[in-house]
Each structure stands twice: as structure tokens, then as C-alpha cells.
Write a protein that binds this ligand. Structure first.
Ligand code: ARG
Length: 567
């Protein structure tokens, strides 16, 4: 919405600065201090051309434009190299209120991607293993990007690319034969499955014979052995059942679950394409695609023993996503340790001569760093997603029990807040950075946390519950305190922030926007009387509360965070 304001200003610069109106709009920003208004034009980069110091240019422009009496602009000022525009409060406020009324939960949406499809690969855990904190990132960053792209009009296809193929399934089958009776597969299937997996790998170190047994069994599975296939399916079902419980708690939805095995019968034709293109080479018995020209190691397509690889499956998979699932863009969300894998994959696609290689994007993310020892690491240094989420919910239950024991729906609220806390902590930093995890901060209701933001939303909800009849979207009196102006300006920035988030595939823009919104709302709430204000002022303020909640709800929903009714 801030665009509306920028577009009003741009034409007035068109004979002052050598830029198109669109470029002028793109150059404008919001002044640091709200007292300077909503829109600011930096002039630094014209200093050379105009042969003047930036503050001089800004000062002259401000004078010139002030004299022009631009419609709806209350004041034009200059500070250093910026020309600042403060619009009439009434005008800005009406722009906000009328949009909130008209768009409601569609605030921030656009038609930008209409007619285009994005296939996004996210979460994608490995069968027989519980999801790790890494998968928490793959899941939450992926779902947030899914939501954000969808809000920009793209048709989204979210795919869960299960790791459901490879020699480990031969090993698991052997382990199951040997030890399943010692474990309780009926009541604790996932725990048991993972236990035999870990046990097999431990035993294998001492007894290399097991390794070859595992490989042999996998070979049989590949050849289509019926009873092995049944067992393999059982492992998948057990795992999916566990994953679905997690997805339920986190509100995750995939449009398709197509594991690596789905591409088993599609790899031959992919390899054939490489061959026909003349880029498949033999090297020490293996088949590779050289990527020397990109300064990358070769992409291994087939091992010397004939086995296919992760990359082979991903090549077949990318072709499927482009050709069959009609993805105009293919997005992959995994840890940064797979950066090279995806760079290679995309280069192989490029070498095949497919232009759409440039529309393939890997979003690599950083790792979790645990600040305290409370979350002890398990064997192999893996921390499980489920343990974090369960613990967050349990801690919230305890906090509620202490602070608000009469709250209705305690369990549901604890879930919303616990999950919200974990998600916000994950998404508030740039995804390519590591995530600091410190329980005290994650659940600090007064700090920069999910619960703090949710609590601001709850505050809005309880006001609206009681005073909804005061809300009215037109002919409100003017709100002109600094707190109100700052909040209104921030609300106007929402669609820009969603767009930036979308363009960079980075949810943290939306997360930080929501945090700032909560802070600005609380400043407003503490400084401006709502209930004791006279009727027309109360109305305007309640409409601002409503607008804040509408946009906060939308921002959080893009991140899969809910606002409880009470907390
Ligand atoms: N299963 C992999 C992992 O857990 C992620 C798969 C990502 N998707 C892909 N098409 N390679 O690390």
C-alpha cells in the first residue's frame, strides 16, 4: 500500500532526476524517524551528476516540492541527503482502513505469479529415522515459502521427497529379520524401527559380514522381491505415520508425497538424455558428467557397481517436476551441506540444454546451535524435531498452569504457543545463518519471541471481542500521535515486505515485520487511551486495533503461526 504514496510523489521528481517513474518508486524508502513521514527519497547517488553535496540537493528539492503543494502531502522536509514526505494523517489512515475493509485476510496478496506453478520440495525426511532439527528447518522454511509464494498468486505443488530408497533398506530388512521380536513394534513402531537401524549400524562396525548381507538384501529388493517389498512398505508406513503426527502439530501440508523410489523407473531415460547429449562419460568404471568448466567436481550418475545415486534420482525427479508436474520454477529446501549437490544438479540440467535450469533454486539453510545444555544431544549428535516441539509445548503448559490456571482450552493454547515459539525462533533469522537455540529466549514472553507477538494479537482480539461495534472504516477522526502514525505506516508496508520475502525466498522478512508490528502496536496500546477516549476517537483507535490484528494474523499465518483466542 505504501506504493500508493510513492506513486503520488514519483511524477514530481521526473523532471528533477534522470530516472523513470518506476525506478523512482523503487528508490524510495521509509524515513527512519516517523516524524519525517512515510516516504523518503535518497539523493546521494545524484551528487556527482548534479555537482552538489547531497544535503544541498535534498534541501533544494524539498523547498521546490514544498512550494508545489502536492495533493495529500502535509510536509516536505530534508534531512542530510533525504527528501522526506509526510502525508496528511487522514489520507494515510483512510488508505489503510479502506484496504483492510476491502481485502481482509487477503492483505499482502498479489496476482504476480498467476498462471505459473512452483514445485517446492520441503521437509523430505529419511524413512526409518525420526526427523531431526534440520528437518524442522526444512519443514518450516519450506512451508513458509510455500505460503508466501501462494499469496503472490503462484500455483503451488508442495512435495515431500521422502528418502525411501538405498542400501539402508536392505540393512533394515536384515535387522528386522534378526531382532524385531526383541522390540515392541506394535505399540512403539517408530522407536523400534529406529532402534534396529542404530543397532545394525553399530553391529556392522564389528561385523563387516552384516554390511554385505545388507547390500545383498537391497539388491533383492531392487530386483522386486515381493516379501522384501512388503517389509519396505511397512517401514515407510511406520515412518509416515510418525511424520504425519508432526505435520499435524505444525500445520504442514504437502500436495504430494513422492519418495526417491518413485524415480526408480525414470532414471534410465534420464541417463539416456545425458548419453544422447554426449555429456555422459566413463571414469574408472563409473559414469559421470564433467563440470570442470564450472569449477565443480564431476556429477556422479552411476557407480562402478551399476548402482544409481542420490544425484541420479534427483535428475530424474527434476525432469518429472518440470515435465509432468508442470513446475515453472523448482525450489528445494535443505541444509547447506547439500549446496554442492544442487549446484551440480542444476548445472547438469543446464548442460542438457534446458533453459529452465535457471529457474531451479536451492534454499540452503544453516544449522541449530544450542546455547544451553538442557537439550542433551543423543547418539550421533542428532537432536530430534519431536523432542523440541514436545518440550516447548510441555513448558508452555507449565507456564500456563502457573500464570493462568483458569484459562479455557489450555492444551490447545499450549500447543499454539509452544509451536509458535519454536517456529518464530527458527524463521526470525536469515535462513542461511545458523539458528541460536536458547530455551529462555525462545519462550520469553517479553522478549523478541513468538509468544510476545502472539500475546499482542490476543490483546487485539480481546479488545475486539468487547468493542467490535465501535469499529468503522470510514469517516474516522484523525489519528495523529507519533505512536499511531508509526503503527499506521508500518501496516502500510506489509505488502512490500511480503513481496521482498517472496523475491528472496526468505521468510525472515515477514517474521521480523510481525515482531516490529507487535512492538509498535504495544507502544500505541500503552500510550493511547482506547476505552476512555471519547466516542469518535475510540472508534478510530478500535479500527486501528482491528487493522493491526488483520495484518498480524496474516503475517503469522504465512509463517504457520496461530494466534490463540486467549493466553
Ligand atoms: N532426504 C534429504 C535429507 O534429509 C533431503 C531431500 C531433499 N530433496 C531432494 N530432492 N534431494 O537431507
Amino acid at each position: 500500500m505504501i506504493d500508493v504514496l510513492k506513486k503520488k510523489i514519483a511524477p514530481h521528481f521526473s523532471n528533477l532526476l534522470p530516472l523513470s517513474e518506476l525506478d523512482l518508486v523503487n528508490l524510495m524508502e521509509a524515513p527512519k524517524d516517523i516524524k519525517f513521514g512515510q516516504v523518503s527519497m535518497p539523493v546521494f547517488r545524484f551528487s556527482k551528476q548534479l555537482k552538489k553535496a547531497p544535503p544541498m540537493i535534498a534541501k533544494e528539492f524539498a523547498q521546490l516540492l514544498s512550494d508545489k503543494n502536492i495533493e495529500d502531502v502535509a510536509e516536505v522536509t530534508s534531512v542530510a541527503g533525504f527528501v522526506n514526505f509526510r502525508f496528511e494523517d487522514q489520507f494515510v489512515q483512510e488508505l489503510l482502513f479502506s484496504n483492510v475493509q476491502k481485502l481482509g485476510s487477503k492483505m499482502g496478496d498479489s496476482h504476480h505469479g498467476e498462471g505459473q506453478t512452483i514445485v517446492i520440495d520441503f521437509s523430505s525426511p529419511n524413512v526409518a529415522k525420526p526427523m531431526s532439527v534440520g528437518h524442522l528447518r526444512a519443514t518450516m522454511i519450506g512451508q513458509a515459502i510455500y505460503n508466501i509464494c501462494q499469496s503472490q498468486g503462484y500455483k503451488m505443488v508442495g512435495v515431500n521427497h521422502l528418502g525411501d530408497w538405498g542400501v539402508q533398506f536392505g540393512r533394515l530388512a536384515v535387522a528386522y529379520e534378526m531382532w524385531s521380536s526383541e522390540y515392541d513394534f506394535d505399540t512403539q513402531p517408530m522407536k523400534s524401527l529406529f532402534a534396529i537401524y542404530v543397532r545394525f549400524h553399530e553391529e556392522m562396525e564389528k561385523n563387516p559380514d552384516l554390511e554385505s548381507q545388507g547390500s545383498l538384501t537391497f539388491k533383492k529388493l531392487e530386483e522386486g522381491d515381493e516379501s522384501l517389498k512388503k517389509l519396505w512398505q511397512k517401514f515407510i508406513d511406520i515412518s509416515l505415520n510418525e511424520y504425519n503426527q508432526v505435520y499435524d502439530i505444525l500445520g504442514i501440508q504437502h500436495d504430494a508425497t513422492l519418495g526417491e523410489s518413485f524415480y526408480n523407473d525414470k532414471m534410465k531415460s534420464a541417463e539416456k538424455l545425458l548419453e544422447d547429449k554426449g555429456i555422459l562419460e566413463e571414469s574408472e568404471g563409473a559414469m559421470i558428467v564433467r563440470l570442470d568448466e564450472f569449477d565443480m567436481p564431476p556429477c556422479l550418475i552411476r557407480k562402478s557397481d551399476g548402482a544409481s545415486l542420490y544425484a541420479t534420482r534427483d535428475l530424474a525427479c527434476a525432469l518429472y517436476r518440470h515435465n509432468e508436474q508442470k513446475g515453472d520454477k523448482l525450489v528445494y529446501v535443505t541444509g547447506m551441506d547439500q549446496n554442492l549437490h544442487f549446484s551440480q544438479l542444476f548445472k547438469v540440467i543446464e548442460k542438457l540444454g534446458y533453459e529452465w535450469a535457471k529457474n531451479c533454486k536451492h534454499i540452503g539453510f544453516g544449522m541449530y546451535k544450542f546455547a544451553d545444555g538442557k537439550m542433551s544431544t543423543r547418539k550421533g549428535n542428532v537432536i530430534f524435531l519431536r523432542d523440541i516441539v514436545d518440550k516447548a509445548i510441555a513448558m508452555c503448559e507449565k507456564i500456563i498452569e502457573e500464570k493462568n490456571p483458569n484459562l479455557v482450552n489450555k492444551k490447545e493454547v499450549a500447543k499454539q504457543v509452544g509451536v509458535g515459539a519454536v517456529i518464530f525462533n527458527d524463521l526470525s533469522g536469515d535462513s542461511n545463518k545458523d539458528v541460536k537455540f536458547d530455551w529462555d529466549k525462545v519462550l520469553d514472553f517479553e522478549g523478541d519471541s513468538g509468544p510476545y507477538i502472539q500475546y499482542s494479537g490476543v490483546r487485539c482480539k480481546s479488545l475486539i471481542d468487547k468493542y467490535s461495534s465501535d469499529i468503522k472504516f470510514d469517516s474516522c477522526v484523525e489519528l495523529s500521535s507519533n505512536e499511531e502514525r508509526a503503527l499506521i505506516r508500518h501496516l502500510l508496508l506489509f505488502s512490500d515486505v511480503v513481496r521482498t520475502s517472496f523475491e528472496n525466498y526468505k521468510p525472515h522478512y515477514v517474521a521480523n515485520y510481525a515482531l516490529d508490528l507487535a512492538k509498535l502496536f504495544n507502544n500505541f496500546y500503552h500510550k493511547c487511551q482506547i476505552l476512555k477516549a471519547e466516542d469518535s476517537l475510540k472508534s478510530a483507535r478500535m479500527t486501528l486495533v482491528y487493522s493491526s490484528l488483520t495484518i498480524l494474523t496474516k503475517a503469522l499465518s504465512l509463517l504457520n503461526i496461530e494466534i490463540p483466542e486467549r493466553m
